[in-house]
Design a protein around this ligand. Structure first.
Ligand code: PFF
Ligand code: NA
Length: 467
């Protein structure tokens, strides 16, 4: 059932760059460094790398193979894999449908910081409560969100090859070079500080680097270890954009002669290296200017702590601050594009409408939905306690349902579908259909049949607060 009018990526490079565009986003630049800092540096890194090579590889291969074999987005793809399984496609569709209600809002926040640096007002950003005052204000978060949403929708409107692929091929390599550049710069930093007891010390970027990569086993308990494992696992889904139908949709645009196994490795390497270097650019700088305590800044890391670090750097900091937020902006934009594209692709198949028409309709719907979520910080403010123990407003609720609750559930059910119902060969044969080699095949089989269903189920129970 091949759809002739369907667009597609021109070749391996375009595909890998577009998939990397979806994968590399605020998850790499903000979430990964802050989790690494919180979870003891090197130990988190080690665990994360091990999970990428096993779970990440398995889930990414599955999503892409499902997309390419069925040539459909999630709703129809699962239905075609096995009759009666369309329900899983609908559940999967819910994830981008929810993420889209808030992703452009975060894009708007990033835009705000570009404006601050461009208008030479970066001193404002280091004031106490600046960030909170901004996101709880009424007009500007909405205006900036609308701007971000418009850009996203223009690129999706242009289509897969002319819009998404072209954009990603230009942006992604540049983004990577900038992250590496700032990372190297941050290693050269040093700063004199006077401690509470009056002693003077000089903290250097290289020391910060050690804090980042050397595992700290101090006070490690089983409970703490499990927490790190769970953090790393949920970061992994989010980071690789798996189990939310995005990679199924992108897989459906991949030509049959492309080596999927190789592409999976390239996407994994790109995403993980981007995260590693993002940590390398952020953690040593935070360490140099605020010490080890500064590293537990949590979610406020890039909006609250980093502007302070840039401010300490003087003139160089103004430029680096601007470059940094422009880079985060493009990373977020290419991820947001992949979310909207997945919704557009599913709706095109579902309602048999043209790309342009459905892009406009969805943009209108999501502009309204995002305004509502923005108002969750002021007019519609309420504080909800979530089952996983954290508190939040509308945005956090959307994030919780899509990332913490639905993603492990979808991964668990789809691993059962592949491992036990259609069998791992369904995927293996698709990957090797032109006689390509399937490296790590044994890992794939064991993971998809035994490890993934069990671990994902545990993760799901944890998300609803059972442990
Ligand atoms: N993978 C992206 C990141 O690491 O930032 C985040 C992301 C993109 C999550 C798209 C969800 C999504 F639908
Ligand atoms: Na990522």
């Amino acid at each position: 059932m091949k759809n002739k009018k369907k667009g597609g990526f021109s070749g391996q490079l375009g595909f890998v760059m577009a998939a990397a565009g979806s994968a590399v986003g605020v998850g790499n630049i903000w979430r990964f460094p802050y989790l690494t800092a919180k979870d003891g540096g090197g130990l988190f890194l080690l665990i994360y790398f091990a999970l990428v090579l096993t779970f990440g590889f398995t889930l990414l291969t599955s999503d892409l193979a499902i997309g390419r074999k069925t040539k459909m987005s999630s709703i129809y793809a699962y239905g075609q894999m096995k009759s009666g399984w369309k329900f899983l496609g609908y559940i999967t569709f819910l994830v981008p449908a929810l993420i889209m209600t808030y992703y452009a809002i975060i894009g708007g926040w990033i835009t705000k910081y570009i404006v601050i640096y461009l208008t030479n007002n970066s001193k404002d950003a280091i004031k106490d409560n600046y960030f909170t005052d901004f996101i709880t204000s009424k007009a500007s978060p909405i205006i900036l969100m609308l701007f971000f949403m418009t850009l996203t929708s223009i690129i999706v409107f242009l289509g897969v090859e002319k819009g998404i692929e072209k954009f990603s091929k230009i942006i992604m390599p540049g983004l990577f070079l900038i992250i590496v550049g700032i990372a190297i710069y941050s290693l050269t930093l040093s700063h004199d500080v006077t401690l509470a007891n009056g002693k003077h010390v000089t903290r250097t970027g290289l020391e910060g680097f050690k804090v980042y990569v050397i595992p700290d086993f101090h006070g490690l308990t089983i409970k703490k270890f499990l927490q790190i494992l769970l953090d790393a696992m949920s970061q992994l889904f989010f980071s690789l954009s798996v189990s939310m139908g995005i990679m199924i949709t992108y897989g459906s645009y991949v030509k049959d002669d492309i080596d999927l196994n190789k592409a999976v490795s390239q996407i994994e390497i790109f995403d993980t290296a981007a995260a590693f270097f993002a940590g390398l650019m952020i953690i040593p700088s935070i360490y140099v200017f605020s010490g080890v305590e500064g590293m537990s800044a949590g979610p406020g890391l890039i909006f609250i702590s980093l502007p302070k670090v840039f401010n300490e750097m003087g003139i160089a900091g103004k430029i680096i601050g601007l470059v940094f937020f422009v880079m985060v902006f493009f990373a977020a934009l290419s991820s947001c594009i992949s979310v909207l594209e997945t919704l557009v692709a599913n709706c095109m198949e579902l309602f048999k409408v043209s790309r342009k028409k459905i892009t406009l309709i969805l943009t209108a719907i999501y502009m309204i939905a995002s305004i509502v979520v923005c108002l969750g910080y002021n007019v519609l403010y309420f504080d909800v306690k979530l089952p996983n123990g954290s508190n939040g407003q509308l945005l956090d609720i959307m994030d919780y349902i899509s990332n913490s609750f639905l993603m492990p559930l979808i991964s668990c059910i789809s691993a059962i579908l592949i491992g036990w119902i259609v069998g791992p060969d369904w995927v293996v044969n698709e990957v090797c259909k032109n006689g390509e080699k399937f490296r790590r095949k044994i890992v794939y089989r064991v993971m998809i049949k035994y490890v993934a269903p069990v671990v994902m189920f545990i993760l799901f129970l944890q998300s609803i607060g059972i442990f």
